[in-house]
Design a protein around this ligand. Structure first.
Ligand code: KG4
Ligand code: ZN
Length: 340
């Protein structure tokens, strides 16, 4: 009998449901929430309500697309944390109710673990896809986290560095907000950076020893550069928008690459993977490809659609947890600050 896992992701503003059969992804459907756009960020109360509206239709769509009848599901994996508590509650309550009614186990997945294992998403259309070999170093760059993790096995992870203040995604988003580029700003900065000169402006880089990251100094330096320039020319942002995006993106990438390079050298790892929303950034993907070629690292870049939040990564992680009998009980509670 195939082991079929339904994965549910509802940690932030995307409601996503995926079906994985014996480790192969059959379907992945996501309902995005437009309600936040006019507020310039995710409004937690509105996110919970939208999840409640979306979850059943999205689950039905994912099931239909997979061709799997509900009665064939072996277990339900859900994001237990970290994330917005109200949003997590919707996904976990749905998983518990459905699991109870079908008489099948539930599996609480750590969202960050899911991001890290996104490299193991193998689509039905491409079953021969290469996945990273253990051990590998994972550069995790999302909206809330920036980490360097040595992945020795699916569930043997060692966090060797993390951010002491803002995450890389937050640096993109907060600086994009200063430029009035909307939320989330990362994808817009990425697009504009392609047309700009990355050497036009210089912003401060942190001097943090070891493998930890810091991005709040960069944000302040970015803000002050703009504030001072606007005093001279009120059109400064409009005139320089592409160069500002390119220079900001280059600074963030420089910080990430330097730390990754140090960590690869120190751990003597030969395999590297990236994960999290910022892993969709085209500049970062290019630079990582270049340095990996230079140093002979085996680089694994997950497909862009699996770098931002998705249920496929939760279902795949749930599948490997299922194989190890890592089940949750019905009193499992969502954890907004769950650590790896
Ligand atoms: O992993 P994710 O979808 O959600 C969290 O778990 O946080 O990451 C969202 C973050 C946001 O900060 C967003 O601006 C950033 O990923 N992001 C990007 C790009 N696409 C998404 N940042 C830079 N370039 C992109 N192309
Ligand atoms: Zn995420």
């Amino acid at each position: 009998m195939a082991k079929i896992i339904m994965g549910i992701e509802s940690s932030c503003d995307d409601t996503s449901v995926a079906i994985v059969s014996d480790g192969i992804l059959l379907s992945n459907k996501t309902g995005t929430q437009d309600v936040h756009f006019k507020y310039g960020g995710v409004v937690p109360e509105l996110a919970s309500r939208a999840h409640q509206q979306n979850i059943i239709p999205v689950a039905q769509e994912a099931l239909k697309d997979s061709g799997v009848p509900l009665s064939d599901i072996s277990a339900i994996a859900f994001t237990q944390g970290p994330g917005l508590l109200g949003s997590l509650l919707v996904g976990s309550s749905f998983a518990k109710g459905l699991g109870l009614s079908l008489g099948i186990p539930i599996i609480g997945v750590n969202h960050m673990q899911g991001h890290i294992l996104s490299s193991f998403i193998v689509e039905k259309a491409n079953p021969e896809k290469l996945v990273p070999e253990f051990p590998f170093l994972s550069l995790v760059v999302s909206g809330g986290h920036t980490m360097l993790v040595v992945v020795k096995d699916y569930f043997d992870l060692e966090v060797i560095g993390s951010t002491i203040d803002d995450a890389a995604g937050e640096a993109f988003d907060k600086c994009a907000k200063i430029l009035n580029l909307g939320y989330p700003g990362g994808p817009v900065v990425d697009e504009r950076a392609k047309r700009g000169d990355p050497t036009k402006f210089r912003f401060s880089k942190p001097r943090i020893p070891g493998h930890n990251f810091s991005f709040s100094g960069l944000k302040t330096s970015f803000l002050y550069t703009i504030r001072d320039a606007l005093k001279e020319d009120s059109q400064f942002i409009e005139k320089n928008i592409d160069n500002l995006c390119a220079s900001l993106q280059k600074t963030i990438i420089d910080i990430l690459i330097k730390k990754t390079e140090n960590a690869m050298n120190e751990t003597r790892c030969k395999n590297l993977a990236i994960a999290g929303g910022v892993a969709a950034n085209s500049g970062l993907r290019e630079r990582l490809t270049d340095v990996s070629g230079k140093f002979g690292w085996n680089l694994h870049l997950p497909e862009k659609k699996y770098t931002t939040d998705n249920a496929a990564m939760i279902a795949v992680t749930g599948y490997y947890m299922y194989l190890k009998n890592m089940f949750s009980t019905l009193d499992a509670i969502p954890n907004a600050r769950m650590s790896l």
